[in-house]
Design a protein around this ligand. Sequence first.
Ligand code: ADP
Length: 548
Amino acid sequence: EDSSTPPPTTGYIDTLKTYFGHSSFRAMQWKIIHTTLNERRDQCVIMATGYGKSLCYQFPPVYAQGTSVVISPLISLMEDQVLALQVANIEACFLGSAQRNTVEVKQGLYNGKYRVCYMTPEFVQIAPEILDELQKRVGITMVAIDEAHCVSQWGHDFRSSYRTLGSLRKRLPEVPFMALTATATPAIQKDICKSLRLKNPLLSCTSFDRPNLYLAVRQKLDIVQDLTSVMVKGERFTHHFDGPTIIYCPTKKATETVCGRLQQMGVKADYYHAGRDNNSRRKVHTMFVRDEIQCIVATVAFGMGIDKPDVRNVIHYGAPKDIESYYQEIGRGGRDGLPSVCTAFYSSADFATNRFFLRDIHNMDFKEHKAKMISEMEQCLLSTGCRRELILSHFENKPKSSVAGTKKCCDNCRRRITQPNSFQDGTSKVDYTKELQHLLKAISITGERYGMQVPVYFLRGSTNQKLLPRYQKDPDFGCGKYRQEKWWKAFARMVLSQGYLREKPVQSGFGSTLELTGTARKWLSDANYGNVTEFKLQPNQEMLSLEK
Ligand code: ADP
């Protein structure tokens, strides 16, 4: 399809230079813009953060002297974009439900004054007739739906106001629609196209690989110790980050705690979360962009729309919620293309916290889906394989990365190169056949009705009252005493990631039950009949530290 797109003529390049200050289009930008202007076809655009999404909907109306309608969920972001366009001599406006100068803006809109008009989905819902009128009087160059993953319940950032956008497609039959997002698995892509009722959309997708981001994962131990380990030494026993740094924490309280510790350590840091007033948030953001503070400690509320190209470290202090969020958050690092480091610190308790929030979801399909997303993140952090490949395979069918398997890729790849002996196939794997048999039996005997805790009580021979007394009479009761409780839990998570166990969220409340998969059932029944298949596994750091 690429070959069918002719190169841009000088007219296009002139507009690009004059209004946007760029000397050429990025390959995919041009194909998308060309398709909108010349084929008037619907599109679904999945573009890695930093590639240049906004040009795809800002350029066509400037070139065609029409108006683009852009629907986006974040008001502050739209306001920033309007301002930036005005500075570049492109007339732009914003319409939201709480807007006071709507009448005036509408007038300008109907007179063809604006090239780009931003709207909230709520506004579109209330006043869709504005679009009919605009189409009649001026002609809408295109409708862009930004952050389109918000339309999907399966994504990480569902917004119900996005659901109603599907009706627009019918309302404006002549106008090309464009859905844009920076993260979408194949399933979410489908959901986007379907929910927005796109007509035979052209799908464009940049690679998700960000080769300049080095990925590392560590266990969370102690705030100061952990953060010092990713800093560089300064003068007189001080430490500081090597460049602008974002630290993501799971809760508001955690951002304040971590920030306080950093300040005590002499690091110029501030915190950012939805509980702070607009002014403070804006101030923190500005100081970070201007390098007046080195580090921003934030909840996920911080991110969309930050335009700081030289963030050198993105740290998660606490397990990220799911792979989509993780990818989007680390994506804020190294937008200038220079090497940057992403380190996630986690403890197993973090996953319990994330699972705890499932308690409020009542739709079982949805709950299961969310539980799966948490498990995938957990497995990604526990993995001893290439982390980049793991993440890319989540988004693409055939991931190719230019750095996978090199020292620049991730901690696991680096370790494989720098300590080859510990990683040669076979030598690094440990025989856990006996342990697998114990674990599967414990889960099976206790009826596959519990999470990890009760089977582990059984293994450890605990008399905790959660374990029914009748299990104490079982000949296998206490068969795993030689390992600590924590070790069994770490091992169970590895077994889970190997496909022997399945997690099912419980109907009410939070937490989930562990079930044997078909593979495990067959393996265990063979083993019970004396036909044991060897089970080898590369232990993760947590297991290793407990085996010593
Ligand atoms: P996204 O929304 O995809 O993350 P933006 O639209 O904010 O990306 O663009 C990211 C950066 O890339 C911006 O600084 C923008 O000026 C720059 N950019 C976009 N298109 C081009 C281009 N064709 N040539 C050079 N720089 C570009």
